[in-house]
Every structure is written in C-alpha cells, then in structure tokens.
Design a protein around this ligand. Sequence first.
Ligand SMILES: Cc1ncc(COP(=O)(O)O)c(C=O)c1O
Length: 399
Amino acid sequence: MTNKHRVAGRHFLQIPGPTPVPDRVLRAISYPTIDHRGPEFERLGRNVLAGIKSIFKTASPVIVYPASGTGAWEAALVNVLSPGDKVLMFETGHFAFLWRNMAQKLGLEVELIASDWRRGADPSAIETRLRSDKGQAIKAVCIVHNETSTGCVSPVAEMRKAIDAAKHPALLLVDTISSLASIDYRHDDWGVDVTIAGSQKGLMLPPGLSFTAVSEKALKAAEQGGLPHLYFDWREMLRPNAEGFFPYTPSTNLLYGLEEAIEMLHEEGLDNVFARHDRHAEATRRAVRAWGLEVWCAEPAHFSSSLTAVLMPEGHSADRLREAALAHFDISLGTGLTKLAGKVFRIGHLGDTNDLTILGALAGVEMALGLAEVPHRPGGVQAAMAYLREAAHDKAAAG
Ligand SMILES: Cc1ncc(COP(=O)(O)O)c(C=O)c1O
C-alpha cells in the first residue's frame, strides 16, 4: 500500500523536548536486550551510573527511574518531605505550577511566590521569605532551573547563597529537566540537594528515563522522614545500584542509549556543548528581533539557551502559525502552555542541533510567518546567518 502522505527528509523536531535522537544513540538503543541480572549488565549499569554523575557535576549518587521527569518530581517530594511539611516554590511558569499542584496533592503545604512568568526566580525574594520563617517551618525550596514554558532561567547558585544568607536549613530542590546537558549546571558546586532531569531533552535520548542527583543532606532527610512511597524509595534503589544493578527490571535499551549519549557529550566537551546552545539561542533571538517580534523572556540575564518563547503580535494566533509551519515545512514548534496558550510559540534549540539545523528551523518559522499572515519584517534568517558566520570566524581566529 502506498502512503501518499510521506514527507521526504527528516522532520524538524524543534520543540523544547523531546529533541531529535542522534543516529548513534538510536543504534545503541537497538542492541539486543540482555539479562539485567547478568555480568554484561553489571558493566553497563556501573558505567552509566558513574557517567551520569559527570553530567550533573556531582560525586553524589544519581538515581535513574524508568519514568518521565514527573516521576522524579514525585520521588523527590515523597523521599525528603513528611505530611504537612511546608515548601517554598517560585512561580516561574507552567512547570513550576504543575510541581506546586503535585506537592499540594501529596499533602504538603506550599507557598508559591508569584511572578509574571517573564523572568526566572528571584533569590532575594527567597531570602526575604526564609529570613521571616523564624520557626524554620519551611523544609524545602523548589526551583525550576529552565522554565520550559517561558524560556527563562533561574540563577540556581544564587538560590543556595540566598538560603545560606538567611541561615536557613531548607533543602534546595531543582528541576533541570530542560537544562541538564544544555545549560551549565553544577550540582555539587552550587550546593543543590536534589537535582531532577529527564532523558528527552539535552541528553538526546527518547522520553522514558528520569534522573535524580541526591546530596548527603537529602539522603539524611530521606532516612528520617518521607511521605508514603515504595517504588520511588531512593534507598531501595541505591543498594543494588552500588553493584551496577537495579531493584527491578531497568530500561536496558534506554541505558544503552544513555551510555552512548554520555560518551558523545564528553567527546564534544560539556563546555563546548553549553557554548553551542548559547550560540543557537543568540542566533534565534537575533532572528526574532529582526522579524520585529518580541522574545517573551523580559530579563536578558535570564534568557534560556534551551529554547526561545516568541510573543505573537496582538490578535494573531501562535497555533495558526505552528500549524502552517508543520503543514508546509514539516517542522514542529512548541505550543504556548496554559496562560500562554495561543500567545507564544516556542523554538527549541537544545540537544543534537547544529548551525544549519537552527538556520533551517528559523527559515521554516520565517516562511510560516508569511503564510499565516503574521505582521513581520523579513530578514530574521539573514540576521541569524550573520551572527553564526561571525561566530565561526571568531572561532577560527581563536584557533
Ligand atoms: C521544566 C520541566 N519540568 C517538568 C516537566 C515534566 O517532565 P515530563 O514530561 O518528562 O514528565 C517538563 C516537561 O517538559 C519540563 O520541561
């Protein structure tokens, strides 16, 4: 039977995750599944559990769950917090809201510092609130590092400084689901207690794995408290992990993919990976401005290198633009979430992306702006090209 709808070439998956999976990773995932209690698995388990620490920049254990990032969110809350515990969160956007809702449903008392979704979390607001918490009722501060719904990044190192400046014992829990392996992140140096990530973004894997780096202080909290949990008990996981094994059937083939992805990230060098993401983000913002459109994130120090959310002109639907882009140019762009539905579209530039991929994506957006009759100036792709050409020139000159 012929498929009259086949589209030639690779689909442009320019949403802020899942991201395109490199062929090397796809090939690794296709290895034959092995006995997860045998010696061959022990090698794989030990290798990925050690390797993933280097991506989080931690000497602490990193727990791998066969779950999406949401599973690791829940695992973090149920391991370190007890019924009725108070948690401080910052309203950076849709994902901070979802984490807040989960915490409330689990029986935690959540205080959410309000914001306009156009910037990252404010360390001084956290410090002020913690200073006023005389009885130290707040047990954890939860921050989304890269708010995927808005394209704004929160300064995590400053969060730790704010907590310390307030002389407060609260744990620091950070969601790096759309920033790990895309934007510089240091679990140990920045004094984070729990860092959560997912497989389908900067790690260039399909969805299905989540990761949690856990500090000694967080492990101690898990020994002493916790909400009802069983499958997500960190301690049950860490015992067999010490020998390279898992307490239940692991996602063997995704772990093969993870091993390859870690190898690829180190072949490129993490600093180069971050610089590449910074470069593509800057090229994208230059294109947006050349079109005469507005980058949603209003604080330049908080611009995300994983994605750029673009504000539509009044009266024009972001979804109409996205539909035109998909129908005519086979490119998927990120939709606006909840409060931002229809108002913004998001260009993902994280994961396995190169200069020409991002230029192709921007060309798709520029042509779709015309087809969807969105008022704009041409020349966004030209502006991005000029920037990338200059960056290539500078790199060559630097040797
Ligand atoms: C910042 C952030 N947190 C949490 C989530 C939820 O993760 P998942 O969909 O993997 O469960 C996402 C998903 O995109 C995200 O971007």
